[in-house]
Write a new protein. Structure first.
Length: 141
């Protein structure tokens, strides 16, 4: 995931200058080059890059710490892998550039990237697995 994310970001950086946009579906979807110095969706953009990286690393290690619970099924392992790959992709940007390259612009949501999609889909898979495990545990009582 991190490799695909970095490849797409490299293409965006090479083809589009910062703040430039290419309309794909008018009013619905554009490719917009944004340099995100903040954490998620540009939040906390005034904090230093080191602090943002520390926040991201802390969240990553919290997820890693609980991985034993999440690696029991293929769906959980896939969710964990997506989250880890997405986090690595964005952390690589922070380490190399001091900001994250975002480019997917739905016009109703802050601009995001493939790594963000992987993180959200992975978290969703983990939540589904945990909900299913919770229901199974309750039915055994």
């Amino acid at each position: 995931m991190a490799v695909a994310d970095q490849a797409v970001k490299a293409l965006i950086v090479r083809v589009l200058p910062p703040s430039a946009s290419v309309v794909v579906l008018p009013g619905v979807f554009s490719i917009t080059h944004v340099q995100n110095p903040g954490v998620a969706f540009g939040l906390l953009s005034g904090i230093p890059p080191v602090a943002a990286a520390l926040v991201a690393l802390t969240l990553f290690f919290l997820v890693l710490y609980n991985r034993g619970r999440w690696l029991r099924t293929r769906a959980a392992a896939g969710g964990f892998a997506l989250m880890a790959g997405g986090a690595c992709g964005n952390l690589l940007d922070r380490a190399r550039l001091g900001h994250v390259v975002d480019y997917l612009d739905l016009h109703v949501w802050p601009v995001f990237n493939l790594a963000d999609v992987a993180i959200v889909v992975g978290a969703g898979l983990l939540m589904l697995v945990m909900a299913r495990e919770g229901r199974q545990a309750q039915s055994r009582r």
